[in-house]
Design a protein around this ligand. Structure first.
Ligand code: NAD
Length: 450
C-alpha cells in the first residue's frame, strides 16, 4: 500500500473512535504480548544475526524490557486514562476543573538499529496505551529484526491500526511528509534535526531520543573493583553500541592505574582471554561503522584490547589512554567498544569540562561520598543516569528516559510514555444554577440566581 493511502486509512480508522476505549487498548497490549511470546526465539535469532547478541543479552536488554513495559501499562492504564481533577480558583466559583487525556491521533515511530526490537516496541506500547494508530519504521541496518517485527505486527494488527514501513532514508523521508499527529524518533542528533525540521512544517509534536557523549566519572573514593565491573558491563554490552553507554571515563588521577587493572580483570571475566571468539560478545552493525571505529583506534594509546576481525566486524573491548579533547575520538559519539580514559585532579575541573560541551544523554558517578555525588548531580545538566552504576536507569518503568539540549527532547517509559502520546485537554465545567454578572461589561457586583 502506498504511504499516503496508508496514512489516509489510519486517519479514517482513528476517527471512528475504535482505538480510544480502555478495553480496546488493553486487548491490543495483550495481543502484542502474546505475539512476542510466540516469536521469542525468532526475535532472539534475528538479534544474533544483526548484532551477534547473545540470548541472555537479547532477553535482558530487549525482550524482557518490553514485557515489563506492557505489564506496567496494563496494570496502571485505567488510572492514567481517568480525568484528572484540579483545583478551581475562587474567582471561578460554581465551576469544576479537570483534564481529560486524549490520544494525539496517528503516530509515527522511527527506530534505530542498536536495540532494534526494544527501541521500536517500547514506544509502540506507549502509543497503543494512549489510543493512537501507529506507523512503525524500523532501521534498515538491522534487517533480520526488521523482518521479524514486520511479520509479527502484520500478523497481529490491521494496517489501518498498526502498520510497518520498512526501508531507509527514502521511506523515512516520505513518512516525514505525511500529516502525522506525533513523531517519536530515536537516533542520531543529525537526523533528529532533520526530523524536527520536517515536523515544524505542520507543527507536529515530536519526541526526540538522541545520543551524544555520556561521561562516566570515577572519584578516588569509589569502590574501584565494583566500578570497573559495572563500567565494563555498560560499555561493552552490545559492543558499545548503546545510546546510554559510558562514552568516556573521567578518573581521578590517583586511581587510574588501579581502575585500569580492574577493568582488564572485568573484561577477562566477562568475555575470556579472546573476546572476539566469545559467544557473549557482539559485533559492529555495519562495515561503515566498523571503519569509523577503526579510525578512533589511532587516537591515544591502546592499553587494553585493540584487536579486531574485519570479517566478523568485531572489535575487542578496548581502552585508550593519552587522549586529548581535540582528537576525533573525543569529538564524536563513539558508539562502539572503545573507552578513552582522561584523568582529573579536582571536581571543578570535571564540571567545567562537561559544561563546556553539549548536555549529555547520560552521566555516571562512582563515589562513596554523598556530597560528591550530590554536587555532580546538581551542577551538571544531563538526561538521566546512575550513581555507582551504568545503564540500569534505562530498564526501570518508573524512571522516564530522555535527553536534554542536544541529547533529546521529551522522555518516555511507563506513565511518561502514555503522556507523550496523549494531549491533556483542560476543561472548566460551569454551573447554570447561578451566575456572577460582575465579569460582564457595565455590570454591578452581585449574584444572580437562575
Ligand atoms: P540514525 O539517526 O542514523 O537512524 C535512526 C533512524 O532514522 C533509522 O530508522 C533511519 O532509517 C532513519 N534515518 C536515517 N537518516 C535519515 C534521514 N536523512 N531522514 C529521515 N530518516 C533517517 O541513528 P542510528 O545510527 O540508527 O542510531 C544511532 C544513534 O542513535 C546514536 O547517536 C545513539 O546515541 C542514538 N540512540 C539514542 C537512543 C535514545 O534512547 N536516546 C537510543 C538508541 C540510539
Amino acid at each position: 500500500m502506498a504511504i499516503r493511502e496508508l496514512m489516509e486509512q489510519q486517519k479514517k480508522y482513528y476517527h471512528t473512535g475504535a482505538t480510544r476505549g480502555l478495553d480496546f487498548r488493553l486487548a491490543q497490549l495483550r495481543k502484542l504480548k502474546q505475539a512476542i511470546v510466540d516469536r521469542e526465539s525468532e526475535i532472539i535469532q534475528a538479534l544474533r544475526t544483526d548484532l551477534n547478541k547473545s540470548e541472555k543479552e537479547a532477553y535482558a536488554f530487549e525482550i524482557s524490557i518490553v514485557y515489563q513495559e506492557i505489564a506496567h501499562v496494563i496494570k496502571h492504564l485505567k488510572r492514567w486514562m481517568k480525568p484528572k481533577k484540579v483545583k478551581t480558583p475562587m474567582t471561578h466559583s460554581g465551576s469544576r476543573s479537570y483534564m481529560i487525556p486524549e490520544p494525539l491521533g496517528a503516530a509515527l515511530i522511527i527506530a534505530p538499529w542498536n536495540y532494534p526490537f526494544m527501541l521500536a516496541f517500547d514506544p509502540l506500547v506507549g502509543a497503543i496505551a494512549a489510543g493512537n494508530t501507529v506507523v512503525l519504521k524500523p532501521s534498515e541496518l538491522a534487517p533480520a529484526v526488521s523482518a521479524v517485527m514486520t511479520s509479527l505486527l502484520r500478523a497481529t494488527f490491521e494496517p489501518q491500526y498498526i502498520a510497518v514501513v520498512e526501508g531507509g532514508v527514502e521511506a523515512s523521508s516520505e513518512l516525514l511528509e505525511q500529516p502525522f499527529d506525533k513523531i517519536f524518533f530515536t537516533g542520531s542528533v543529525a537526523v533528529g534535526k532533520i526530523v524536527m525540521e520536517a515536523a515544524s512544517k505542520r507543527l507536529t509534536r515530536v519526541t526526540l531520543e538522541l545520543g551524544g557523549k555520556s561521561p562516566c566519572i570515577v572519584h578516588h573514593d569509589a569502590q574501584l573493583k565494583l566500578a570497573a565491573q559495572r563500567i565494563a558491563f555498560g560499555k561493552y554490552s552490545n559492543a558499545g553500541q548503546t545510546c546510554v553507554a559510558p562514552d568516556y571515563l573521567l578518573v581521578h588521577r590517583s586511581v587510574e592505574d588501579k581502575l585500569l587493572a580492574y577493568l582488564q580483570e572485568a573484561i577477562q571475566s566477562f568475555y575470556g582471554d579472546k573476546p572476539l571468539l566469545s559467544p557473549e560478545y557482539g559485533k559492529i552493525i555495519s562495515r561503515r561503522h566498523y571503519e569509523r571505529l577503526q579510525h578512533f583506534m589511532k587516537d591515544g594509546k591502546v592499553v587494553i584490547g585493540g584487536d579486531a576481525n574485519d570479517q566478523t566486524l568485531q572489535i575487542e573491548p578496548t581502552v585508550l589512554e593519552a587522549v586529548t579533547w581535540d582528537m576525533p575520538v573525543m569529538q564524536e559519539e563513539i558508539f562502539g567498544p572503545i573507552l578513552p580514559i582522561l584523568t582529573y585532579d579536582s571536581l571543578d575541573e570535571v564540571v567545567g569540562l562537561i559544561q563546556a560541551r553539549p548536555k549529555p544523554l547520560a552521566l555516571y558517578v562512582f563515589s562513596e561520598d554523598k556530597k560528591v555525588q550530590d554536587a555532580l548531580l546538581e551542577r551538571i545538566s544531563f538526561g538521566g543516569g546512575c550513581v555507582n552504576d551504568t545503564l540500569m536507569h534505562f530498564g526501570s518503568t518508573h524512571l522516564p528516559v530522555g535527553g536534554v539540549g542536544e541529547s533529546g527532547m521529551g522522555s518516555y517509559h511507563g506513565e511518561m510514555s502514555f503522556h507523550i502520546f496523549s494531549h491533556m485537554k483542560s476543561i472548566l465545567k460551569q454551573t447554570t444554577m447561578f451566575d456572577i454578572p460582575f465579569r460582564y461589561p457595565s455590570s454591578k457586583m452581585g449574584l444572580k440566581i437562575i
